[in-house]
Ligand binder design. Sequence first.
Ligand code: 5GP
Ligand code: MG
Length: 173
Amino acid sequence: MVETRVLIGEQKVMEKVAELAGTLKEEYRDKHPLVIGILKGSFVFMADLIRMMGIPVEIEFVGLSSYGKGATESAGKVKVVQGLKTPVKGRHVLVIEDIVDTGLTIRFLLDNLKKKKPASLKLCALLDKPSRRKIDVPIDYLGFSIPNVFVVGYGIDWDERFRYLRDVCFVEV
Ligand code: 5GP
Ligand code: MG
């Protein structure tokens, strides 16, 4: 039996998402941004965020994978599992990530996107584990800085489990 414990409760999460959305709404009001979610962990965060932003956006998803099934340690290698279908050139791009850990995944994606010449490129992450960083990545819009625990819930899984939890939780591994 794997036990989960609450790290950040639902109400705190929703307050923070509303705060981020308020900032993003002002930033992107007249820009019709292309909001790119990194599958799968960001999908709940992104769904709440764009509704609270309440302005027209276009959405896209990319599938990247750096964790093996069941593993809790980054393999250090990033694979594209699902590529982008929308042209990025000249667009205001906002990347949505669940967790920035070593930074390898997001650095890989941002470097790729930059080559496609977007009008602007920013990163919004729900969670940051600064103590785990291996490569520098600026997080333009951040929800919470957290310690080095393995997080689940609010869309984030452990081997496809626990995505449905409303709180951001952690598991002991
Ligand atoms: P990085 O490349 O920054 O090391 O890894 C980022 C990705 O690893 C995140 O997008 C997320 O999918 C996964 N990851 C990092 N920490 C956790 C965690 O605590 N829980 C889960 N479920 N995934 C994590
Ligand atoms: Mg991820």
